[in-house]
Design a protein around this ligand. Structure first.
Ligand code: ADP
Ligand code: MN
Length: 179
């Protein structure tokens, strides 16, 4: 909305989706072709220990929501960021001007996760999550409908058109933002 736009000269974009849908690849490319800064939240959580230990059953870090939000608050309130994370409900709604949810077909996602060396259990969990649109629903529950956009991420062509779309959108944002 207009009010959001006026708060920040540069936008904050959240790129979310099931693991393997291409968040980090897209975020890096989009960051290179805009003046937006890529924040890989998964890496940040490990680096700065923004977690409450490792969950061996789920083979993942148990996120410390408060620590994560505190860590990012200043950077995000300045604007100009692409936030890359496989979940989206932990962040305050006010941080983002655009929320992109990447979507990948099952068979393609399966191959990507297998290439990554994920266990069968973890592959199944993630494929199920993609089939049931868990992250898309989470995004729709956490952010205003008009800023949540689903993007297909099956092929390199999809990737390129997604980069272009982000570039154009970021450009428009800066044109309308208060200088
Ligand atoms: P995420 O960060 O969502 O877990 P990555 O960006 O690490 O996903 O991508 C997972 C793998 O899939 C990488 O090998 C990447 O090169 C590949 N990939 C991602 N998006 C696409 C796409 N749109 N088309 C083809 N390959 C892709
Ligand atoms: Mn990633």
């Amino acid at each position: 909305s207009e009010q959001r736009t006026q708060e920040r000269k540069k936008p904050n974009i959240l790129i979310t989706g099931t693991p393997g849908t291409g968040k980090t690849t897209l975020s890096q490319l989009a960051s290179e072709s805009t003046d937006l800064f890529h924040i890989n939240v998964g890496e940040l959580v490990k680096e700065k220990s923004l977690h409450q230990g490792f969950d061996h059953e789920f083979q993942s870090w148990i996120l410390d929501d408060d620590k994560l939000v505190d860590e990012l608050e200043e950077t995000l309130s300045n604007g100009g960021n692409i936030v890359d994370f496989h979940s989206c409900e932990v962040f305050p709604e006010r941080w983002f001007d655009l929320v992109l949810v990447l979507r990948t077909d099952n068979t393609i996602l399966f191959d990507r996760l297998k290439d990554r060396g994920y266990s069968q259990k973890k592959i199944t969990e993630n494929i199920d999550s993609e089939i049931f649109q868990v992250i898309l629903e989470e995004a729709r529950e956490s952010y205003p409908a008009e800023i949540v956009v689903e993007l297909r991420s099956n092929t390199i062509e999809d990737m390129q058109s997604n980069v272009t779309r982000i570039e154009e959108w970021a450009h428009k944002y800066s044109c309308f933002a208060n200088q």
